[in-house]
Design a binder for this molecule. Structure first.
Ligand code: NAP
Length: 590
């Protein structure tokens, strides 16, 4: 809690900076300037990673024109050496030479590592200061979150304009350590704190609220310069970092893995659409105790619980609805005003809701494939609606146990060809992107009026493809995903969920993922010499790769009532990832 009176230079810099600084990396100065020219239109605060350039000193004059053309831009120059997680292989003297020249080409600030500052002669550091450029001194800890106060004190000894402390979150709790540190230092307006790593995403969104002067973002998805970094547009439009304040309620999705979860884009869109002052974060953890501590300390008002915590959390809840207790899993936690936790299972509604829109469930004959968590939600939900349920599972004993618990029947695979159903529900991961298992059903097994595949990535699973070929109506897993999310939104906010909007952004995000995956596959194929000959590969590699046609669900969720105010609040979809921009392979840490 040092009393930090900012210098005039610091105050001037603070008046220019924004909440988000976009890190620009590239193999050449031309590439960096091209990216910066795009980024600066939305976010005028940039960091140029000069250490990505082969010869940064020679490249520097090229940045002069960029600053002349973009006078609103405020820019940090970073030339981090390899020992400190950067890519600059030169000596300390060479690093200093690069940084010292930055003022003359128009940079406003340099980022100097604490280790370099400590190794430098005082006179050399003074020479850098004499150029008039702002000084940010940073420390990156790649091993974890340790002694933040000690690092702060070491940096503060140099009286820089900005102090940047960047540990790595090895657990959710490390975010709490950083946030409490930022709050303790809240009279220091020139402090920046971020946790690296996938578990540190919370700190990138809530850090500014806790007192960080700003945070860092990637220019686009795939151009991260540090682990866990979020694209600028995601930070600004999905997480609405500019609007996160003390009154913002925090929600999140907990589980592992979680980084590629579509829940944040879906729920943040819903909050934005319904003008709820709330933010929804990805909480990567396998440790329930960490999650519970976070829920208590931040506090977090509601959690979407995913694998592997759905069962384990039950014993920590004040009360659960009777169906969740029978299923033995909870996917939705609500934190009441008194801090007590209540559990619900909206997966059930995510399955029975879309089915009920198409058919009465009482007396319907439904085959459920699988006997895991999703299958249990399907079976108990369907039984609650008086459907006749048949269970087929790879492990017969699990199917038998579930059938006994729920009053259902089991069925053998051989019997399918001779048995007709009103609906078949796939509640196994077979068909999911990356799952190599052979399809569970053939055409002769699909004696059904409807197919519901709970898997939603890819949009068109092999089972949906087969149903389409056989002209059998189908429901995709996206509808379940959106429906269960909509129920969560309603439990947390008491407002009707903007289901149509949620559906739209999830589809859009899935299409983007498919485009990026197609591009990566094409790029990998192109890197093989023999594949370069294939014209088909070349055409796939173009940015306008078309994903597979999005399957049309039989019925779309009911449109939400649109008021003019809501229409105005309509969020822009995420920027299309630029397949033309290669993923930065090296991860110099931020
Ligand atoms: P889970 O608890 O791990 O259960 C998986 C089930 O699938 C088990 O019954 C397992 O059989 C069976 N299975 C796994 N691999 C198989 C294979 N190669 N062949 C045949 N059966 C196999 O998983 P879950 O939580 O129930 O999720 C299942 C799937 O549902 C997920 O992969 C996801 O795609 C989908 N899901 C979708 C949503 C949504 O919102 N749309 C929500 C939740 C889940 P054994 O008993 O023999 O291991």
């Amino acid at each position: 809690m040092s009393l930090n009176v900012p210098s005039h230079a610091s105050q001037f810099l603070r008046s220019r900076i924004a909440n988000v600084c976009v890190a620009i990396a590239g193999a050449t100065s031309a590439e960096m300037i091209e990216k910066a020219t795009v980024a600066v239109k939305e976010t005028p605060f940039l960091e140029f990673r000069l250490d990505y350039l082969e010869k940064p000193l020679l490249a520097l004059p090229r940045f002069k024109q960029f600053f002349a053309d973009n006078t609103a831009a405020t820019a940090i120059a970073t030339c981090r050496c390899t020992a400190n997680g950067g890519k600059f292989a030169g000596s300390l003297a060479a690093e200093l030479e690069v940084l010292a020249k930055c003022a003359s080409v128009g940079f406003h600030m340099v980022d100097l590592e604490l280790e370099s500052a400590e190794a430098m002669k005082k006179a050399d550091l003074q020479k850098l200061r004499d150029t008039g450029i702002g000084l940010l001194i940073s420390h990156h800890d790649f091993t974890g979150t340790h002694d933040l106060d000690g690092i702060f004190t070491r940096i503060e000894a140099f009286h820089p304009d900005f102090i940047k402390v960047v540990p790595t979150a090895k657990s959710l709790i490390d975010n709490l350590t950083l946030i409490h540190f930022l709050e303790r230092m809240n009279d220091n307006s020139n402090l920046i704190g971020i946790c690296m790593g996938d578990a540190g995403i919370i700190s990138r969104v809530l850090g500014v609220r806790a007192g960080s002067a700003f945070t860092f973002a990637a220019a686009t998805v795939g151009e991260e310069t540090g682990p866990g970094q979020i694209a600028a547009r995601t930070l600004l439009e999905t997480y609405r970092i500019d609007q996160v304040d003390a009154a913002t309620k925090v929600y999140g999705v907990a589980g592992n893995p979680i980084r590629s979860s579509l829940s944040p884009i879906m729920m943040n869109t819903a909050f934005r659409r319904e003008t709820v002052n709330a933010v929804y974060l990805a909480l990567q953890t396998t440790r329930l105790s960490d999650l519970l501590k976070l829920v208590h300390d931040i506090p977090i008002q509601g959690v979407s619980v995913t694998m592997p915590l759905k069962q384990e959390i039950l014993s920590h809840l004040e009360r659960t609805d009777p169906l969740s207790a029978r299923i033995g899993a909870c996917n939705t936690v609500l934190r009441a005003q008194d801090g007590k936790l209540y559990g619900f299972n909206t997966d059930v509604a995510g399955i029975t809701g879309p089915l009920e829109k198409r058919m009465p469930l009482a007396g319907a004959r439904v085959l459920v494939l699988g006997a895991g968590g999703a299958a249990r939600a399907a079976v108990f939900g369907l039984r609650e609606k008086d459907a006749n349920v048949f269970i087929l599972n790879r492990t017969a004993e699990t199917a038998q146990k579930l059938a006994r618990q729920s009053g259902s029947k089991t069925i053998r695979h051989e019997a399918l060809a001779k048995t007709s159903f009103d609906a078949i529900v796939n509640a196994t991961p077979v068909g999911m992107a990356g799952n190599k298992a052979a399809p569970l059903l053939e055409a002769k097994d699909l004696n059904t009026k409807l197919v519901f595949d709970l898997v939603y990535n890819p949009l068109e699973t092999p089972l949906i493809h087969l149903a389409r070929q056989l002209s059998i109506p189908f429901i995709t897993g996206v509808e379940m995903f959106v429906h269960q999310g909509a129920r969560q939104f309603e439990i947390w906010t008491g407002k009707p969920a903007p289901e149509e909007e949620m559906f739209r952004v999830v589809l859009h995000a899935l299409r983007q993922q498919a485009e990026l995956a197609a591009f990566d596959a094409a790029e990998a194929a192109e890197s093989k010499p023999e594949a370069k000959q294939k014209p088909s590969t070349k055409s796939v590699a173009k940015p306008a790769v078309k994903p597979k046609a999005e399957p049309k669900a039989e019925t779309k969720p009911k449109p939400a009532a649109k008021s003019p105010a809501k229409a105005a609040a309509k969020p822009k979809p995420e920027a299309k990832p630029k397949p033309a921009v290669k993923k930065t392979a090296a991860k110099a840490k931020k």
